[in-house]
Design a protein around this ligand. Structure first.
Ligand SMILES: [Fe+2]
Length: 265
């Protein structure tokens, strides 16, 4: 059994007619990633966007994002970033039909692929960029995971639930206990094999509750952190996660236009 997930994150898009050229450059970054994803053979089973789809969470920004993202040929699943806000994502993406309508937050499972996908809403309360998990969200996650204990499952969320020591502020949550509580839920469900996140705009890998967890660079190349050649200043990067059974997910950062193939092929 194999499954290929393309992950895009932190696109930070503005309106289609935003005056600042950095926003048209970010739209171009996303267009390049989408074109590359659509050229992959085989197509990924799914594309996940792990949040900060927009810069300010405005409706016109979501309109622009949707207009770009709708050219993806593989199914797209989204989760909110702190820049987006929960209501903006719900307003913009409910039409796609995969959100579970019973929740006041973004929570859903996708069962139609070889690996089950579960979206987790990591938005914090109040002002500021940091994340949190309330009791209701963790209870919803626990119940959703209990529905399919034998299916390999990944979680995806915006805020990485682990320290990223290369970041100026390594911890993305308002409370340590939030991540401890998430780890408790995750460790109860042995079918969870990976946690995918965004937010930090740089790569890092860690463990949470016995599960591999990772965050990746932003698609917006002007917001990407880490060491890159100057010639890569406008070159976006996105991620291919390939599931091959025993090894779990293998990650391959991908440069649109490079012609580099899938890992292990
Ligand atoms: Fe971001």
């Amino acid at each position: 059994m194999t499954m290929i997930i393309a992950q895009i994150t932190d696109t930070h898009l503005s309106d289609v007619d935003a005056a600042d050229p950095k926003f048209s450059a970010r739209a171009e970054n996303l267009r390049a990633c989408i074109a590359d994803i659509n050229d992959l053979d085989p197509l990924p089973d799914a594309v996940i966007h792990t949040g900060d789809i927009t810069q300010h969470g405005r409706a016109a920004e979501f309109d622009h994002a949707r207009a770009l993202l709708q050219s993806l040929e593989a199914p797209l699943y989204v989760t909110p970033g702190n820049r987006d806000g929960r209501e903006g994502v719900i307003r913009a993406f409910t039409v796609d039909g995969y959100f579970m309508p019973d929740y006041a937050f973004v929570h859903y499972a996708i069962d139609e692929h070889p690996v089950r996908l579960v979206a987790v809403d990591s938005l914090g309360n109040g002002i500021g960029p940091k994340g949190d998990f309330c009791h209701d969200r963790l209870a919803a996650l626990d119940a959703t995971l209990a529905e399919a204990p034998a299916r390999p499952t990944v979680l995806f969320m915006h805020h990485p639930p682990f320290d990223v020591p290369t970041a100026p502020d390594p911890f993305a949550y308002q409370r340590r206990q939030a991540v401890v509580d998430l780890a408790t839920v995750v460790s109860r469900h042995k079918q969870v094999i990976h946690i995918f996140a965004g937010h930090m705009h740089r790569p890092w890998t860690a463990m949470l509750g016995g599960v591999k967890a990772s965050t990746v660079p932003s698609v917006a190349s002007d917001l990407r952190y880490g060491s890159y050649l100057p010639t890569m200043a406008t070159q976006p990067v996105y991620q291919i996660h390939q599931f091959d059974g025993d090894e779990g997910f293998v990650n391959e950062p991908r440069l649109p236009g490079s012609g580099v193939g899938y890992p292990n092929t």
